[in-house]
Design a protein around this ligand. Sequence first.
Ligand SMILES: O=C(O)C(=O)C[C@H](O)[C@H](O)CO
Ligand SMILES: [Mg+2]
Length: 403
Amino acid sequence: MPIITGAKVIVTCPGRNFVTLKIETDAGVYGLGDATLNGRELSVASYLADHVIPCLIGRDAHRIEDIWQYLYKGAYWRRGPVTMSAIAAVDTALWDIKGKIAGLPVYQLLGGASRDGVMVYGHANGTSIEDTVQVALEYQRQGYKAIRLQCGVPGMASTYGVSKDKYFYEPADADLPTENVWNTSKYMRVVPELFKAAREALGWDVHLLHDIHHRLTPIEAGRLGKDLEPYRPFWLEDATPAENQEAFKLIRQHTTSPLAVGEIFNSIWDAKDLIQNQLIDYIRATVVHAGGITHLRRIAALADLYQIRTGCHGATDLSPVCMAAALHFDLSVPNFGIQEYMRHTPETDAVFPHAYSFKDGMMHPGDAPGLGVEIDEDLAVQYEYKRAFLPVNRLEDGTMYNW
Ligand SMILES: O=C(O)C(=O)C[C@H](O)[C@H](O)CO
Ligand SMILES: [Mg+2]
């Protein structure tokens, strides 16, 4: 049995901050896990270094489930994004180790491939409808089968999902949170126009998605969902904050537009009521923030009972280690729906060389043993941690709102 002999936390900032856990064993094999929690990175780094790593030394790295339970139940303080990201990092690294020792890619350990490849969606964004549609056309030319559309709103200086650089979107942009201003009615008018223009330009063979990013009330979300129905969206994401899950009943009463929720969920308990009441169509939880591959499989299994499919979060603040783990999960899980794919910068890709690849709108984790992702530690140390916050959002009268 491979015994855990050491572990360390690597914090690096090749364009943005990433926290990576590296677990070493006496079998000469190590594993990697992503522990990045955007805007709160050092909390997870400390949780791992101060409270988790000392408990790992001397354990059998093959006992993935037992170590998961030990860290979850053993902490007494359950759930929460910091705890669950730390557990996820350990879990992911242990799957990596198991795969490397077995000489198999992780997806083979998860039951093997359930499909040939993983359909991903790219992000088309622009300051205007015209710009966004042009970018979407470019994605379509690159072979994407699914495209998320976000555009600037006339009369609003900025909004979620629209970047200065059309291809690399990084919302955690400042040393202290940037203040944005929000106006729901202006936003509600522009999105149906965006979808109309996109359908006219792109046709009907491509899936179109949109992220509301928690900014509507349930009844507003019902209205937007209804207005978008003629354009057949693949999903509307995070229509309203999901703390009150009853709220989704109201949205469901008004629209057949499919709903996706869960990128900020960190355990099956966050998703349970939405899933069991069939209030969503896609569950967005992913490896790093929802307790690792082990826990995400449990969430997917519950969702599968209700024909709810997976749609893992895959923004750039999830490192290539998480991306690789998500792709192994996506390839194997029976109720896969779609995977988000935001390209990392070349600097990030250089720090994390990986076996996963993209072709014709589909991704594959590759067949390297384990996760198929490495970290170049010499390069990683050259990029020092840089404090960066996600923005905050206020209504026009100054009221604090959801970002
Ligand atoms: O990718 C998405 O759907 C997002 O909503 C991105 C999030 O804002 C981002 O990951 C927050 O860290
Ligand atoms: Mg989102």
